[in-house]
Design a binder for this molecule. Structure first.
Ligand code: YH5
Length: 288
């Protein structure tokens, strides 16, 4: 069986994710300033309908985010993030059988979301905030550790690397070590190179080209490129015309071994992912 990671089952709270196949994670923004969705899904009922639709389209994870981490975004107070995220996690958990990921860097939100039924912590700051390692360990949930350079308000101004892959790998390796030292088992960790987080188009392309060389090797990889500026810059497309470019990247990411593809456009991405997986499986067929 072609697998996107060494260990094939990831325990996500009360649910399990089979990592021997690729998964599509649907993005649910609960920020009033969310760019691509124009804040339309801020209302709870509309948000739940959006979740229902993404599940019907094939998403197996839903990523709930209450803090905008897009380039230029300013920080959101923790109380506001709690208010946006926790009731939404509760509402999703009580209605749908899905792994709920919570896109947060705040330890308070990690703990409260875990208690409300979240199954995965997705932290674009890789548990660097004070108290985050402890909150994540205590939650018992798996964690996605993402690389970034700088903070959202300024990260795209002048990103610089000697070697982007070497620096991303060294950072992820150091965060995995910090997690292990804090009592988070390695089999609870996922890696993400952090496309668009303090990276120029050239940096993003170089990283994408070497996705299979992401370290530490063997940990499952999550990729988030949906509607991002690397597509806009490569194809000269505004944000509402980046789907086709995103589908190409989703297929390439799966071929390079990525396990989870984080996207806005679930139905189209599911087809691209399943097609890429079918080809990958034919390359290394299982011995029966
Ligand atoms: C990610 O890559 N990204 S929030 C700018 C855009 C479009 C979308 C229009 N959270 C990631 O989605 N978590 C975000 O330009 C993430 N990996 C993980 N693990 C930014 C976002 C976006 C930004």
């Amino acid at each position: 069986m072609s697998s996107c990671s060494n260990s094939s089952r990831l325990l996500c709270g009360s649910r399990e994710l089979d990592l021997s196949r690729a998964h599509v994670m649907g993005i649910l923004n609960v920020t009033p300033d969310s760019f691509s969705d124009g804040g339309r899904f801020n209302q709870r009922d509309a948000a739940l309908r959006h979740v229902e639709q993404m599940l019907a389209e094939g998403a197996t994870l839903i990523d709930v985010g209450g803090e905008s981490t897009r380039p230029g975004a300013s920080p959101v107070p923790v109380a506001q993030e709690l208010e946006r995220v926790v009731p939404m996690v509760e509402a999703i958990a009580s209605r749908f059988d899905v792994v709920i990921s919570v896109d947060t860097s705040a330890p308070e939100v990690m703990s409260a979301a875990a208690a409300a039924g979240a199954g995965l912590i997705n932290d674009v700051r890789a548990l660097e905030r004070e108290g985050a390692l402890e909150a994540a360990r205590a939650s018992g949930l798996p964690v996605c550790l993402m690389h970034r350079q700088g903070e959202p308000d300024s990260m795209q101004l002048a990103p610089r690397y000697a070697s982007v892959l070497d620096e991303v790998n060294a950072y992820l390796q150091s965060r995995v070590e910090a997690c292990e030292a804090a009592g988070l088992a390695r089999d609870r960790l996922l890696l993400d190179p952090g496309f668009g987080f303090g990276k120029s188009l050239e940096h993003n392309l170089q990283l994408f080209a070497r996705l299979a060389d992401l370290r530490p090797a063997g940990l499952p990889v999550l990729v988030g490129v949906s509607r991002k500026s690397m597509i806009g810059q490569a194809l000269d497309r505004p944000v509402d015309q980046r789907l086709f470019g995103g589908l190409a990247l989703a297929a390439l990411a799966v071929d390079a071994g990525a396990c989870i593809i984080r996207v806005h456009d679930v139905a189209a991405t599911c087809d691209a992912v399943r097609m890429a997986e079918a080809v990958r499986l034919a390359r290394s067929p299982s011995i029966i």
